[in-house]
Design a protein around this ligand. Structure first.
Ligand SMILES: [Zn+2]
Length: 106
């Protein structure tokens, strides 16, 4: 996602996993989706392959809509909207709209 990057801490604010919090482990910008650790975990029944000769049931997180998550401000300890600010050295920071604390760089 444009404003959510791998490693960002987000909270789910809508949908089945509302209230869950975790790091973004993958982002799918083309579909406006993100994969959040331990959120939307699905079980897949895998046939045995050469790499995985046992096969069996594996659990893996499925993507959820990026609009259902918000970045977490570490100071407010709550999901917050952010604004972007370009630093003097050119790095873009994301700041909490409420308290102004640094939420994440990039
Ligand atoms: Zn804040």
């Amino acid at each position: 996602m444009k404003n959510l990057r791998t490693g960002d801490t987000v909270q789910v604010v809508s949908g089945n996993y509302k209230g869950a919090r975790g790091p973004v482990i993958r982002s799918v910008p083309g579909r406006r989706q993100v994969v959040v650790k331990d959120v939307n975990v699905r079980k897949h029944h895998k046939a045995p392959t050469r790499e995985n000769p046992e096969g069996g049931i594996v659990s893996i997180e499925a993507p959820i809509q990026a609009s259902n998550v918000m970045l977490v401000c570490p100071k407010c300890d709550a999901p917050r909207r952010v604004r972007r600010k370009r630093d003097l050295d050119g790095t873009v920071e994301r700041l909490c709209r409420k308290c102004g604390a640094l939420v994440a760089s990039s």
